[in-house]
Design a protein. Structure first.
Lengths: 338, 321
């Protein structure tokens, strides 16, 4: 089985100038891979500052890892040149959080679609280019005649976000990084965008890395989930198992904090004290969540817990589960179903 | 009991180059002291316009055309500018969307709070004002030393709670919070909402929470008002709204909510929200309504009382069932 994309013990540390010792580790010793012939939808979840967006930036090759390497089809992405680099740029696409910021207000929205067609020489004639644009817009549930020739300000946030998905579709990517694609869109439009993403996966065989803090949409969209906190993997595995039966106290906090539209499921039934992460808290050597954890023990402050394999499709980095076998961090992908 | 807030026939229009957009169309609403109301609707349905109109902060090309907003027995629309300025924050406080970005980056938090108090009272001693500000910070679970800090030293959730602390400084009778947590993640969101909830209970203030997240509404409010194209379509208690929504739009909103039972089933609301410049004839929702009848295309449904205390604007319930 060929690996399409592979993270090998990737660490990213943001430093503050040359002489400052203090750096912030945004992602620590992270390993995972996506198979070429088995497209999947993987969720990366966590709160602000958990390293989700750093992961996306690394995956897209916008920043380089401090340690470890990221391979695309067996080649290190920071050393791709020439045709390889162009292929990578075409096959790894992104949809970002803010559908308002990605458009240039001076151009019609066609611009966003024609530029990649020209750059990657996807069409031989203008008519073919037009056809391709219409096809991809239709595929995400938009009517091309309503969209083409309009300016960004004439379209709603939901429409714009779907144009972004259409643009990604146009390039027939292998991997799509969706960084909070629905967080700025009205609740009633979320369903449409998520449905476009899922059909991209189902009908076009695209692997999607879905980055979010919203576990309800993650549950509906994804196959597997990785929960990050301060750059470390807290829990991972099958999305249904992790969300229905979370084993790490942090995942439980996240799930309990979802405002469920259900009057019988109120906040605060779990007894976990809701406390924001303290920016000044550097974490030290122990478990990253120790400062907020209600079950904290002495040893949590001294040693970083490894990933304990609770079942075939669930791991948690918490000593509450130390009766289970340890899974090396590099093998995280083993428990993520496709 | 007389309601603390009475809105009668409130109408706001924006005069644009493309014509007149009626953003708020003859809205009536009552709210009792200590009650929490959720105002939901899609973008452009008039939620924020309603909040701004209550604060009399509609700017040209918008204009409040008619109606009254009575808070604690005083009609805000009859006040002169000076009296209105005094009423803001002391009678009715507004926490705008993205309030945390409204803090001045080069002023200490404390100085900004003192400014707000000084704009309303001149006869308090300096020590008392400082003490009032610090107490207010404590009541939203912030440390007293936040008073000495700058905005960049605080996280998003903390900044949002500073804004709540400013909002409650003068113990207003009504707090309007416009999507107070839209930029925050779930854990911080929960903490901010729990803060508002506790402060509201302690002071007995009425709260209007504006947003489009029905989940948040279920966790927080007592009553839900659904807006569509500048009109209220349904006002019910949160319990009734979630168990038996009456208006087809409210029904669609409720059924579009994700839950953990049926994985992978997405139910959006078909169609798009209408532009306020081209509101459909009759009931504005009729082009998207699954239960549309002939009368819906021509006649605007009046707001009727249904099942005792629920207000619904829909022809389906016109017999007064």
């Amino acid at each position: 089985m060929a690996k399409l994309l592979e993270f090998r013990n990737v660490t990213k540390t943001y430093t503050r100038g040359l002489f400052s010792e203090a750096g912030t580790t945004a992602l620590a010793d992270f390993s995972m891979s996506l198979e070429e012939d088995k497209p999947t939808i993987m969720t990366v979840a966590g709160e602000s500052g958990s390293g989700k967006t750093t992961l996306a930036m690394l995956l897209l090759g916008f920043i380089e890892p401090s340690k470890g390497e990221i391979l695309y089809k067996g080649k290190n992405i920071s050393r791709l040149r020439g045709a390889d680099r162009l292929t990578f740029r075409r096959e790894v696409q992104a949809v970002f959080q803010d559908p308002f910021a990605v458009f240039n207000p001076f151009y019609t929205v066609d611009h966003l679609l024609t530029v990649p067609i020209e750059k990657f020489k996807l069409a031989k004639s203008k008519a073919e280019a037009r056809n391709k644009m219409e096809e991809s817009l239709t595929a995400v549930g938009l009517r091309p005649e309503d969209i083409l020739g309009r300016f960004p300000h004439q379209l709603s946030g939901g429409q714009r976000q779907r144009i972004n998905v259409a643009r990604a579709l146009l390039l027939k990517p292998k991997v799509l990084v969706a960084d909070e694609p629905v967080s700025m869109v009205d609740a009633s439009l979320r369903a449409n965008i998520l449905e476009s993403l899922r059909s991209l996966h189902r009908d076009h065989g695209v692997s999607i890395v879905y980055i979010t803090h919203d576990l309800t949409t993650a549950y509906h969209v994804a196959n597997s989930i990785v929960v990050l906190y301060k750059g470390g993997v807290m829990e991972g595995g099958d999305v249904e198992r992790v969300i229905q039966k979370p084993e790490h106290p942090y995942t439980r906090l996240l799930i309990d904090s979802i405002p469920w539209p259900d009057l019988s499921r109120r906040w605060g039934n779990d007894g976990i004290v809701v406390k924001e992460s303290d920016i000044s808290d550097k974490g030290g050597k122990g478990c990253r969540f120790a400062a907020r954890c209600p079950y904290v023990k002495e040893q949590c402050h001294t040693a970083l817990p490894p990933l304990y394999k609770i079942s075939e499709q669930q791991v948690a980095s918490c000593i509450l589960h130390d009766s289970h076998p340890v899974l090396p961090a590099a093998q995280l992908t083993d428990v993520l179903p496709v | 009991m007389t309601p603390i807030l009475q809105i009668r026939d409130l109408q706001v229009s924006y005069y644009t180059d493309l014509g007149r957009a009626v953003a708020l169309n003859r809205v009536n609403l009552d709210l009792n002291a200590g009650e929490k109301l959720g105002l939901v609707g899609e973008s452009g349905s008039g939620k924020s316009t309603m909040a701004l109109a209550m604060m009399r902060m509609i700017k040209p090309p918008g204009r409040i055309e008619s109606g009254s907003v009575t808070v604690g027995g005083v009609d805000l629309m009859t006040l002169n500018e000076e009296e209105m300025r005094d009423a803001r924050l002391s009678r009715i406080a507004y926490i705008p969307q993205g309030a945390m970005n409204s803090l001045n980056p080069v002023m200490r938090i404390g100085a900004q709070m003192v400014d707000a108090v000084r704009a309303h009272t001149t006869n308090m001693s300096k020590d008392d004002v400082v003490e009032l500000c610090k107490k207010s910070l404590e009541s939203v679970d912030l440390k007293r030393n936040v008073y000495e800090m700058y905005a960049h030293e605080l996280s998003g959730g903390m900044k949002q709670r500073v804004c709540i602390a400013i909002g409650i400084l003068l113990k207003p009778q009504l707090i309007i919070a416009d999507e107070p947590t839209s930029a925050l993640d779930v854990v911080t969101q929960r903490q901010v909402m729990e803060t508002i909830d506790r402060v509201q209970k302690e002071m007995g203030t009425a709260v209007i929470l504006i947003g489009h997240d029905m989940g948040l509404m279920a966790q927080f409010v007592d009553k839900v008002a659904v807006m569509y194209a500048g009109r209220l379509t349904e006002v019910s208690t949160v319990k009734d709204m979630f168990s038996t929504p009456k208006h087809p739009y409210a029904q669609a909103l409720i059924s579009s909510l994700p839950n953990l039972k049926n994985k992978g089933v997405f139910q959006g609301i078909p169609g798009l929200a209408p532009s306020l410049l081209r509101i459909p004839s009759g009931c504005a929702f009729h082009p998207r309504c699954p239960q549309c009848m002939d009368i819906c295309k021509s006649e605007i449904p009046a707001v009727r009382t249904v099942d005792g205390d629920r207000l619904v604007a829909c022809h389906l319930y016109s017999e007064g069932a």
